[in-house]
Every structure is written in C-alpha cells, then in structure tokens.
Design a protein around this ligand. Sequence first.
Ligand code: SIN
Length: 279
Amino acid sequence: MPSLDFVPVSGVLGALVDGVDLSEGLDDATVESLQAALVEHHVLFFRNQSLTPQQQIAFGSRFGPLGSHPFVGGMADHPEVIEVITEPDDRVNFGGGWHTDVTFLERPDLGSVLYAVEVPPVGGDTLFADQHAAWDALSDNMKEFLDGLVAVHSPGMQYGEGGYSTKSRSIATRDADGAVVTSVEHPVVRTHPVSGRKGLYVNRAFTTRIRGLHYDESAMLLDFLFRHAVEERFTCRFAWEPGSVAMWDNRSVQHFALYDYRGHRRHMRRVTISGDRPF
Ligand code: SIN
C-alpha cells in the first residue's frame, strides 16, 4: 500500500492527498484509507494525475457503482463520463452556482470525481462549503425548528425550458419537459450515513420549498439557509491545474464552479458515484 499524506487546505474542509497514482489499480487498503479521508475532510484533491476516461471510471468504481445524469449525456464511448466543457465564447458554465449534485433524485449521488484536462490560464476555481459546519453553527432553537422538516427538490429551474444549465452551448441537456414535472422530498437536515454527523441539505439550484410552511415562510427560511450554508467560514477553494482531481462527498458539501475566465476554455471530465436515500 502506498503511504498517503493528507494535508488540510482550510480550517474546515478539504485535504490535498499526496502519494498515490490514481491511474493504477488501487489496493483495498488504499481505497479504505481514501474513503475514511473523504468522510473526514469531505473533499479530497490530487495533483499531477494523468487519467484516461477508462482509468477515471476504474478509479470512481472502487467507491461504488457509477451513476448517469438524467439531463446531461455522457461521452459516446463512456456514457458514465460527462465532459464538463466551457468554450471561450460561452455565456454560462456548468455548475456555476452553489449546489449539491442531483438532489432532485430519490437517491442523489454519493460523490463525484472531477478531472481537469484543460484549464484557463487563471481562474475557474471550484469552491466547496461544509454543510456539517453550517449546521453546527446554528443556534439550538433554530436546529430544533429545522430538524424533522422536509424540503421539495426539483431539476426544473436548472434543466427545464430556459433553465440555467440549458443555456450552456457546450453541454447538451435533454428532457426539459421531464425536468419541469420531476420533484422529490428530502429532509432539510441530513444525517451522514458513515459519520453520523448532521448537515444542512437544501441548495439554491434545486430546493424549491419546505413542506408544511406558507409560501412566504418557506421562501424566507430557504433564502436564509441558502446564504448561511455557504458563508465564507464554511468554505475552501481549489485552483485547478491540468491533471488535478477533486473527489467530493455530496452528503457533506455544496460546490460552486466559478466562471471568471471568459475568453478561455476549460475542459473537465466527471464521473459520479451512486448514493442512497437521504435520512
Ligand atoms: C460540477 O458542478 O460538477 C462542476 C464543477 C466544476 O466544473 O468545477
């Protein structure tokens, strides 16, 4: 087993992992060590990797079966791999707002593995926010009120007709009609199945309302939670280089792909690991 180093990148979440080549078949002990580190740090970063789509699939698959995206197609030869591309003349990027991946599914993805093929000369960082830290920082009275509430999640605002993600010229989305009519319910406060820690589980991209509250009560509470959940004190930020990899735990974080590099190309490849029903 290679000797792995985990170096935290902020006071709350994120660690840079040194000492592993992700293109090689990993032994069980290494996979267990990465799994434990992912639960502890919520997002892991790797530098200087070189992955073919097949090797990225092989790495992601060590952590569980891979998922597919209902509204975004994968590579022709590798449907599990989404090409996350921003061309120099694009007006919007994929993932350009705070979100947790696919919370509109009954069983949202456990995590994602994103690999940088080509990055702009400067900018294009990804931000991550620790939803356990956001929960921990709330008052006891607010925690008592939120715990047990249920929220509705829908892909409509992103993938329905005119939705943010449909405006990307480089990423073809599909089934806009299906996106509008799909919705699921999840707890507002989610318990991590491995660590047992509670975390906020609402996000501006997909959460539409809180069940059992009047419309304006729900809108006001969600607006507070959306802002609170991504306060700077809960975040870390990753500057990509070609060959960088980020692997995040969707049960613990929100993320945001910053679009501050107009006129330049950014090309990433993403696989996702299937998850369980949140509780
Ligand atoms: C995503 O939301 O998965 C995209 C993240 C990124 O491109 O940095």
